[in-house]
Design a protein around this ligand. Structure first.
Ligand SMILES: [Zn+2]
Length: 420
């Protein structure tokens, strides 16, 4: 592959994805601002004008923040690739580590240094998100100490979990021959499945407290729902989500028949028992329709295609030079290939994201329909309205923006579908 062709293609996709994002953001901002002063008729009895305006302001601020973070990540992307950042980092790490320690440590240090620099660049943005954006709109509950503790824990977890899988993949790339990508994919799938098993048991408790649900009335109700739907629960837990944020949620984890049901304390404090039951019925609907399994299979199929593509690209000199890196002559280029692949993929993947958003919205309708059949439809509707209101989610998004970015259908369309 000629390197100038790849450079051109890469530049075209960066610019095209940037312009598309900008266009969608502008549409969304205009649409939300235009509808700021009138609550849509279907919501008028439940949502006060003040809440509606607050949601519009929050949405506009989030769009502004998104613009800032897109600008930063584009500069960082071009800096790493076409402007030679990764090339310089590679030379520095290679000369310092390779002669003394050998090929695998050199590659791991390169991955580690790259990750650390990326995290440091992201840090101010994340702080801005929590302490400016979320704070301003009354959602943040974190102190600086807690936030810094979270960052440190995340970094440590990244090293502990990411280090071994990176070492394994790099080793396979060097040792498993031309079909390495198939082995690496297998390792990746096994690692992802392992993560799903250990996340609720070992990782989530590092960040939150989980206590058994004590409200017997709610336990009885939820148990009856689970039995009706053919599920057995391994336990009902309340998570102290309110320590970090006022946003409310519920989720459902675990493999096989035994599931842990986790309610955010923020959800329980806002919804009635009937509404909590309806929200849980929606989550059960995702399992009944095998949405979780389907999404997993889709992700694994896509990552297989990704590894196969990487297997081919890593053999092309033009892949490195086209993205601003001179490949090593007397050392392996596997870590460089991994990094370049992860860097270069997003501008291309952006244009298939509407497809995934579409499937996700379709799943939400199915889960809503299931919830209406197994629990009360009017409870689900009122829970939905409360959650939209309390999370300051806009009720009037731009239809094109929805098509690209929304994993859930807009509230108005979900309510209309429930009534039908
Ligand atoms: Zn859902």
């Amino acid at each position: 592959m000629p390197s100038s062709f790849l450079t051109l293609l890469f530049a075209v996709f960066i610019i095209a994805s940037l312009l598309t994002k900008l266009w969608l953001d502008t549409r969304q901002a205009r649409h939300v601002a235009r509808h700021r002063d009138t609550v849509p008729a279907a919501f008028a009895p439940h949502v006060p004008a003040l809440s509606h305006q607050r949601a519009a302001n929050y949405t506009l601020d989030k769009l502004r923040f998104g613009l800032l973070s897109t600008a930063v990540s584009t500069v960082v992307l071009v800096g790493w690739t076409l402007l030679g950042g990764l090339n310089a980092l590679n030379i520095a790490v290679r000369d310092a580590v390779l002669p003394a320690w050998g090929a695998l440590p050199y590659q791991l240090v390169l991955l580690g240094a790259f990750t650390l620099i990326g995290a440091l660049i992201e840090l101010p943005l994340e702080a801005w998100h929590t302490f400016r954006l979320e704070q301003k709109h009354g959602f943040n509950r974190m102190t600086w100490g807690m936030w810094l503790g979270d960052q440190a824990k995340q970094l440590l977890l990244g090293l502990l979990l990411g280090g071994p899988i990176a070492a394994l993949i790099l080793w396979l790339m060097g040792a498993a021959g031309a079909q390495w990508w198939l082995w690496a994919w297998g390792a990746w799938v096994a690692f992802s499945l392992l993560l799903m098993v250990i996340f609720p048991i070992f990782i989530a408790p590092l960040f939150n407290k989980f206590e058994p649900l004590k409200d017997q009335g709610l336990i009885d109700r939820v148990n009856a729902l689970m039995a009706r739907c053919g599920f057995t629960a391994k336990g009902f837990f309340v998570m102290d989500g309110s320590r970090r944020s006022a946003h409310a949620n519920a989720y459902f984890t675990g493999l096989g028949a035994a599931k842990r049901v986790v309610f955010y304390d923020t959800l329980l404090s806002k919804l009635t028992h009937g509404e909590v039951e309806a929200v849980l019925a929606h989550e059960l609907g995702h399992f009944k329709h095998h949405h979780v399994l389907k999404r997993m299979v889709m992700m694994f199929a896509l990552s297989l295609a990704g590894f196969a593509l990487l297997g081919w690209l890593s053999q092309q000199v033009g892949f490195y030079t086209g993205l601003g890196v001179r490949p090593n002559l007397n050392a392996t280029n596997d870590a460089l290939a991994l990094l370049l692949f992860m860097l270069a993929l997003p501008p291309f993947a952006f244009f298939i994201s509407p497809l995934f958003a579409y499937f996700s919205r379709k799943d939400e309708y199915e889960a809503d329909a299931y919830a209406c059949a197994q629990a009360s439809g009017s409870d689900l509707a009122s829970a939905l309205i409360k959650l939209y209101k309390d999370n300051s989610s806009t009720l009037t998004p731009d239809p094109m923006y929805v098509r690209f970015h929304y994993s859930h259908p807009p509230a108005s369309e979900r309510l209309a579908a429930m009534q039908a």
